[in-house]
Design a binder for this molecule. Structure first.
Ligand code: ACO
Length: 405
């Protein structure tokens, strides 16, 4: 602790915690993580059980409402989500304004924020009914908006949602169906994608969720808050890591494959080199990320189903083996995180690399809105307003331009 009063007498007592490694910013009953034991629970339910036995609708309802839905609640909730999958036709014009090669995350930041223009009633953020409707709209419309970003980028007509399909199936349909051609969603691959979504739904106060809460603390509307979360997720230190991992593995492959791994590991350890092993390390997990374990299983399952081998998977497994035997990684408790295997499985599912972080954003929207809803329900909530340690000049006298050098 630094007593900031010695530096700035008017500030009062405060903590200095860059990166908030030791600061809890809120109370929350949504997600529990034990980083030392590698435990992740959504509302008390282990992620492993939700992924194996539940589905997207169960986990989403659970995160939003605190309990698993009854049969009837589940049917109603699913119907409600499907009711909101379409977007306003005028929003489609937005897509025409982007360059054809725009990164889909750039498009998502724009169009999700723009949703607020179509639902002006969300300005009333204290109205619980409006809050819930905005949460449902965001969850339902994200796959539509994401698939539209992809279709625009490849110059194909957009495909409208099909409400007879479930969340993951419908997303694959909107991504890969082409008018006038028959497209059948493979239910096994859609199930694998659904598990990937479940693993990404929420992760307590990470950078993007904290951003959503910070924006929401000013009573900004939920569409604007989620747009700010998408922006924060985009960076390679956070959700952008899945794209960065795949590019790193491709680079190792291009340079000669597994023999190149020791060079990459040496680079990651070199403090004069800004290179880091992407998909390794986590602020909270100091053991194996439980999501990464499940992601590796899904990867095997998908490759087996497709009857495919992937050299990038061989490289990833060898990289993990070498890094986990290296003193540098052992001492710092650096293990693979959720992003390490997700790129390989998404590639096998035919998802283009620029869409990886978009898929993360789609799933994490559930966590963002659950956290936003919890925050706005707390009437005692205060606007987020951290202090700082000022390191600049103290009072100086203004010098008119004609007297300056
Ligand atoms: N490769 C090499 N060294 C690393 C790595 C890595 N991937 N991650 C951390 N380190 C080292 C740091 O250099 C530091 O070393 P030092 O003690 O000698 O200075 C030490 O481990 C601690 O690292 P910090 O950066 O202080 O840890 P922090 O908690 O701030 O960062 C982060 C966590 C951003 C995830 C980091 O591990 C990283 O950059 N990893 C690669 C990017 C990545 O995979 N991000 C996805 C995270 S999961 C998610 O957002 C969904």
């Amino acid at each position: 602790f630094i007593d900031i009063r010695k530096l700035q007498p008017s500030t009062g007592m405060c903590t200095f915690d860059p990166g908030f490694g030791s600061t809890a910013s809120c109370e929350s009953s949504i997600t529990y993580i034990d980083g030392n034991k590698g435990i992740l629970l959504y509302r008390g339910y282990p992620i492993e059980e939700l992924a194996a036995e539940g589905d997207f609708i169960d986990s989403t309802f659970l995160l939003l409402h605190g309990e698993l839905p009854s049969k009837q609640e589940k049917a109603l909730f699913e119907r409600e989500i499907k009711y909101h999958t379409l977007v306003h036709e005028q929003l489609i014009q937005f897509y025409r304004g982007f360059r054809h090669d725009a990164h889909p995350m750039a498009i998502m930041v724009g169009v999700v924020g723009a949703l607020a223009a179509f639902y002006p009633e969300v300005a009333e953020v204290r109205n619980p009914q409006q809050q819930l409707r905005a949460c449902y709209r965001l969850i339902a419309k994200m796959p539509t908006l994401a698939a539209m970003a992809y279709k625009t980028s490849i110059g194909q007509p957009i495909i409208y949602p099909r409400n007879d399909l479930n969340y993951a199936e419908n997303f694959l349909h909107m991504m890969f169906a082409v008018p006038s051609e028959r497209y059948e969603v493979d239910p096994e691959l859609a199930k694998a994608l659904e598990i990937i979504f479940i693993l990404h739904l929420d992760h307590e106060q990470n950078a993007s969720t904290s951003t959503v809460r910070t924006a929401g603390s000013s009573q900004a509307n939920p569409f604007a808050c989620v747009a700010s979360g998408i922006a924060a997720l985009w960076g390679p230190a956070h959700g952008g890591a899945n794209e960065a991992v795949l590019k790193m593995l491709e680079e190792i492959d291009r340079l000669g494959g597994v023999e190149q791994i020791p060079t990459m590991v040496a680079r990651a350890k070199d403090k004069n080199d800004s290179f880091r092993l992407m998909g390794f390390g986590h602020r909270v997990y100091k053991s194996y990320d439980p999501r990464a374990k499940l992601m590796r299983q899904v990867t095997y399952r998908v490759l087996e189903k497709l009857g495919r081998k992937d050299t990038l998977l061989d490289i990833a497994m060898e990289l993990e083996k070498i890094a986990l035997q290296d003193d540098y990684f052992v001492k710092r408790s650096l293990y693979p995180n959720v992003d390490f295997y997700s790129g390989i499985v998404l590639r096998a599912l035919g998802i283009p690399v620029e869409m990886y972080t978009v898929l993360f954003a789609m799933a994490r929207t559930v966590g963002w809105v659950a956290q936003w809803k919890e925050m706005v329900a707390d009437a005692t909530g205060r606007i987020t307003r951290p202090r700082q340690i000022y390191t600049g000049e103290l009072r100086r006298k203004f010098i008119p331009v004609y007297e300056r050098q």
